[in-house]
Ligand binder design. Structure first.
Ligand code: ZN
Length: 400
């Protein structure tokens, strides 16, 4: 056993082989000479004497003997501090916890986390079970016109929704131009009990707040369409709401609903298109504010949705060019977007510019709600999409 002044090194041997014990002693011999710790011999010199490679010395020694500093104890089990190699001769800061106690702590922390997760999943599952067990019967022949259009679009987009009255992965429906509107519409139908949670909704779709309230992630919920009060099957419901939509101007809320739908789709489309165009130029630090909203509204009031796309494309391109020019800083360039969009709209009108619409494949790439609005609700199809502006339809009653 070898002891030095500061810190103490106490060796306990794991072998009886004297020559090995000597190797461990040689390795661990050193002292503090008042100017710091000094080892009696370099590892290089020990390695040469014992005919081994230098980088094996520390690990070989550790198989022969464990080195401890009895003056420093584990705060949990009081075991003396193990010095694993020469590099660890000085203790670290803070209280010492030995390797075993550390491992035990990590394990109990993991266990605690696991239990926490299980409790969370249980509580989330309880919300799903409670909400999905509520029974709502809907008279589909008399639902609001707006809701009929949205539900019809969902059923058109998803065979499963139309045939079995259930659907998940709402993101893939490509219902609206952007995710925000899809989320809002799902919320709307849920709040009216037209959509419900399916019992097999994954618990992770529920977010529990600390005050025992909860919210849900519309894209993760497995949705089911509420059954019909009159016992109609889902394909029959699909036909019924189709008939309701075909009433068009005979329906009392048709005109307001058309304005609401067009503005919802148009505003969502313009905003989504603006974000896409900005992303193309990798100018990601654009912050959309009230001025952007106002500029998009201004443009949509006067031009059709695909024409507004063209105008947005042009002003974003302009801003991107400005942002790389010498005299303009980036943020300033981005700030020109709303103002320039309004100026573009004014000049296009006063100078009678032809604004060529930008659109995707009507059947396959435009959002389902957009095509349902023009093909079924308005009956004007792609031609209507290219030419209808906000002023032609009146103001929306919905908050858009
Ligand atoms: Zn310990």
């Amino acid at each position: 056993m070898f002891m030095s002044d500061e810190p103490k090194i106490v060796l306990s041997f794991l072998t009886k082989d004297e020559s090995q014990i000597q190797l461990a002693r040689d390795y661990w011999t050193g002292c503090d000479d008042g100017h710091g710790w000094k080892w009696a011999e370099t590892v290089q010199s020990i390695a040469e004497r014992y005919g081994m490679q230098k980088h094996y010395v520390a690990s070989t020694v550790r198989e022969i003997a464990r080195a401890h500093d009895p003056d420093i104890r584990c705060s949990d089990c009081s075991a003396p501090r193990e010095i694993e190699s020469r590099a660890a001769i000085r203790p670290g800061f803070g209280e010492y916890v030995c390797r075993d106690c550390n491992a035990a702590k990590v394990q109990s922390k993991n266990q605690e986390l696991l239990e926490q997760q299980m409790r969370l999943a249980e509580n989330q599952g309880a919300v799903v079970a409670e909400v999905s067990s509520r029974v709502h019967l809907i008279e589909y022949t008399s639902i609001e016109y707006f809701d009929a259009v949205v539900l019809y679009a969902i059923m058109l987009a998803s065979d499963e929704a139309c045939e079995k009255g259930a659907f998940d992965d709402a993101y893939r429906l490509h219902l609206c131009p952007g995710e925000n509107l899809t989320r809002e519409l799902l919320n709307r139908l849920f709040s009216k009990n037209i959509l419900q949670f399916s019992p097999d909704t994954p618990p992770a779709a529920i977010v529990l707040n600390e005050d025992e309230r909860w919210r849900y992630k519309p894209y993760e919920v497995r949705w089911r369409i509420s059954p019909d009060a009159g016992g109609a099957t889902f394909p029959q419901i699909f036909a019924e709401i189709g008939n309701l939509i075909d009433l068009r101007s005979e329906h009392p809320s048709y005109e307001q609903c058309v304005a609401d739908l067009w503005w919802s789709v148009g505003f969502n489309d313009a905003l989504n298109f603006l974000n896409q165009e900005i992303a193309t130029y990798r100018i990601s630090d654009y912050r959309k504010g009230p001025k952007t909203d106002e500029a998009l509204r201004y443009a949509l009031e006067r031009f059709s949705i695909p024409q507004v796309r063209r105008q947005i494309r042009s002003v974003v391109k302009n801003a991107a060019e400005l942002s790389v020019s010498r005299d303009f800083n980036r943020r300033h360039a981005l700030n020109t977007i709303p103002g320039n969009l309004i100026s573009y709209v004014d000049r296009a009108l006063s100078e009678h510019w032809t604004v060529h619409p930008v659109f995707s494949d009507w059947q396959n790439d435009e959002p389902v709600l957009t095509t349902v609005l023009f093909d079924r609700v308005l009956g004007s199809g792609l031609t209507g999409f290219r030419s209808t502006n906000g002023a032609m339809l009146g103001s929306p009653a919905l908050q858009i």
